[in-house]
Design a protein around this ligand. Sequence first.
Ligand SMILES: CC(C)(COP(=O)(O)OP(=O)(O)OC[C@H]1O[C@@H](n2cnc3c(N)ncnc32)[C@H](O)[C@@H]1OP(=O)(O)O)[C@@H](O)C(=O)NCCC(=O)NCCS
Length: 187
Amino acid sequence: MSTFVTLSSGRVCLRRWRDEDREAFAAMNSDARVMEFFHSRLSRIESDAMVDRIEKHFTEHGFGLWAIEVPGVAPFIGFAGLASARFNAPFTPCVEVGWRLAFAHWRHGYATEAARLALGYGFGTLALSEIVSFTSVANHRSRAVMERLGMRRDPAEDFDYPGFPEGHRLQRHVLYRLGSPSYFATC
Ligand SMILES: CC(C)(COP(=O)(O)OP(=O)(O)OC[C@H]1O[C@@H](n2cnc3c(N)ncnc32)[C@H](O)[C@@H]1OP(=O)(O)O)[C@@H](O)C(=O)NCCC(=O)NCCS
C-alpha cells in the first residue's frame, strides 16, 4: 500500500508531512491552549521527535496522522489521521482516529472534516472493522468532534490513560467507538 496517499475533501487536504511544517507544528505544541489536555507543552526537540514518530508510523503501517492543509488559507494547520494505539488496555490493539489543530484554526469545522476523510480511508481502503478515539473526560471540544463523527461512548469503558501518573487530573479518559457497519450506514 502506498505510504504517500493524499486525501482531500471540499476544504481540507490530508497530506504527508514536509520539513516546513515542523516550525508551525512546534509553535502549536508550545501553545498552552492547544496543549491543555496533554501532559505538558512540547519543546522544539520534542515536537520534531513527534513528527519523526509520525513518519515512522506511516512507513511501518501505510497510514498515520496526516498533515492538514487548507488550500487558500494555510499550508499547515495541524494533523488528523489514524494511529495504532501504543499502550495496553481492554480495547487494544486498536486503531485510533486523532486530531490537533493550531488555535487560530479552531471553530471552522476543519477537524471534523479532516477526521471524516481519515475514517473513510480507514473503513474503506484499509477495511478496518472498528476505529476508536479517546481523550481526557474534560476535553469537551475533542469529544464534540467524536460525537459529530457518529462515535459512541459507553461510560463503563472509561479508563485511566497510562501516559499520566496515578491521580493526575487528566488521567481519566473516555473511549468512543465507531464500527464499520455504523459508519457505512450514515455516510
Ligand atoms: C479538538 C480540536 C481539534 C477541536 O477543534 P474544533 O474547532 O472545536 O472542531 P472542528 O474543527 O470540528 O470545528 C467545529 C466548530 O466549528 C464550527 N464551524 C464554523 N464553520 C463551520 C463549517 N463551515 N463547517 C463545520 N463547522 C463549522 C462548528 O459550529 C463548531 O463550532 P462550536 O465549537 O461552536 O460548536 C481542537 O480543539 C484542538 O486541536 N484541541 C487541542 C488538541 C486536542 O485536544 N486534541 C485531541 C486530543 S484527544
